[in-house]
Design a protein around this ligand. Sequence first.
Ligand SMILES: N[C@@H](CCC(=O)N[C@@H](CS)C(=O)NCC(=O)O)C(=O)O
Length: 214
Amino acid sequence: MRLYVSIGPNPRIVRMYAAERGIALEEIWIGLAAGENRREPFLSLNPAGQLPVLEIGPGQIIAESLTICEYLDETVDTPSPHLIGCDPFTRARTRMWLRRIEERYSQPVTASFRFGPGLAMFGPRLRCLPEAAEGMAALVRDGEAWLDAQLPASGFGASDMLTLAEIVLYCSMDFAINRAGLPPDPKHSALSSWFGRMDARVSAQLTKAHAKRA
Ligand SMILES: N[C@@H](CCC(=O)N[C@@H](CS)C(=O)NCC(=O)O)C(=O)O
């Protein structure tokens, strides 16, 4: 299977997920900064003009980072555990956290970046609302405070195992810290410590190259 990737947190989610599971995917890097994803031939793969995209076989294309991870979780067995869950309850719990993390944290981080530090790149390709950048950053802080309060001493949420939800939050936080100028407020120390533990994982280190690619 081929995975079309670029810089940015969404392709990294799939790359980190695959690294955790030991799934080998052929990576094709697309020049996001140069807008390669917003023209042909890429638009024929994904008319949304975004990454990542998984090519399973001729004409079998899936976009959307979480959908790709769900597909791999359902179809690929490796010695490593599945990261969405192995029964209806654990899968539902992972999806609940995914939704919370996306709505309360990842989406405002993305908007804050696109409306602020990323405006020069994103302004010409998407509707951007620079006047909303500050408000989006405030929403990131609210989400961060809420997530910080949910963390028990030993791990994330109600789960005692790594799930896709942790990978999504980690990739969003790393992007917030290193690209969007939104490091966590020092008072959210549980979240910062959790981030440090995630950052030490081999899968996190292996996928950091995303920040260095064009
Ligand atoms: N909902 C999509 C979002 C994908 C997305 O926003 N990808 C970014 C990279 S992190 C992208 O392609 N940005 C370039 C652009 O929009 O031109 C997903 O979850 O995969």
